[in-house]
Design a protein around this ligand. Structure first.
Ligand code: SF4
Ligand code: SF4
Length: 276
């Protein structure tokens, strides 16, 4: 493939991700609705408690456990019906990450979801949250809640993916499986070291400090990566690529406020004209 063809392909990839996510995400939402299944986390708890091994169990087993082992959080980048809406909002470049502490909100939501279902199941004897009419109500209402909170957070924090970073309970599972993903972003350490623009940094919707991994000769080991490929598409020296390999993940290097400020001032100082 020639250099020009590769560049065209990257431009197309960058343009089609959000429309693809919208079509795939809402398509999968419709499938769940038509099959009258509650494919949300509460549906999974009801299904496991009731021994119903279709519907939500298959959805979580495939989308959140098996597929991430090969393709990381491709669900989040290309297929999630919550993000399908959130990613159409205008806040594509987040100002900065609030910090890993805030990411723990996802574990809280995960716990609350489990406790809610356990309370309904054992406390009230309610068991109809997996399939049928009740499942449709659960599915629609919980999605309306997710979308409302997601849009509110996006507007408040000027960040389309704030819900994914701080609230969505699904990464509690993804982060265990996606660390082993065979596909991850890799790169050329030398080219990354010499790169002046660092164009990948503002483009990463999950606020990952991509160059930190690449300069250390690693693949992007953060389990925050949603495999959107934006960094690969915008990298000026073409230092990044999608690669297949085996590793066990690593720490999340995130663009917190101090990092973003330092990165901005570094860029500004590099742009200053050299005095004769
Ligand atoms: S983090 Fe949650 S809301 Fe965001 S894309 Fe992944 S599953 Fe969807
Ligand atoms: S590291 Fe690259 S592929 Fe992963 S989320 Fe960030 S921009 Fe997307």
């Amino acid at each position: 493939m020639t250099h020009e063809q590769t560049e065209n392909l990257k431009r197309i990839l960058l343009k089609i991700r959000r429309p693809t996510l919208l079509v795939v995400g809402l398509g999968l939402f419709d499938v769940s609705l038509l099959l009258a299944r509650n494919s949300m986390l509460e549906g999974l708890w009801f299904a496991l408690l009731g021994g119903v091994l279709i519907g939500p169990v298959m959805h979580y087993l495939l989308g959140k456990v098996l597929i991430p082992l090969g393709f990381g959080r491709v669900w989040c980048g290309w297929a999630c019906w919550t993000a399908a809406i959130l990613d159409q909002l205008p806040y594509r470049q987040s100002p900065n990450h609030l910090g890993p502490r805030w990411g723990n909100g996802r574990y809280v939501v995960f716990g609350v979801s489990l406790l809610l279902v356990l309370g309904l199941w054992f406390g009230l004897g309610y068991r109809a949250g997996v399939l049928g009419h009740d499942a449709v109500y659960w599915f629609v209402l919980s999605n309306l809640l997710y979308w409302s909170v997601g849009v509110a957070l996006a507007v408040l924090l000027k960040d389309n993916r704030a819900f994914c970073k701080y609230v969505c309970p699904n990464p509690t599972i993804f982060k265990q499986t996606a660390r082993f993903s065979l596909l991850k972003v890799a790169g050329d350490a030398q080219a990354c070291q010499e790169c002046v623009s660092q164009a990948c940094i503002p483009m990463c919707p999950m606020d990952i400090r991509i160059p930190e991994y690449i300069k250390a000769g690693q693949r992007v080991l953060s389990t925050e990566c949603i495999q959107c490929q934006a960094c690969v598409c915008v990298c000026p020296p073409n230092a990044l690529r999608l690669s297949a390999g085996f590793d066990v993940g690593g720490p999340d290097f995130l663009q917190e406020q101090a990092f973003v400020e330092e990165w901005r001032s570094r860029l500004r100082s590099r742009k200053k004209p050299v005095k004769p």
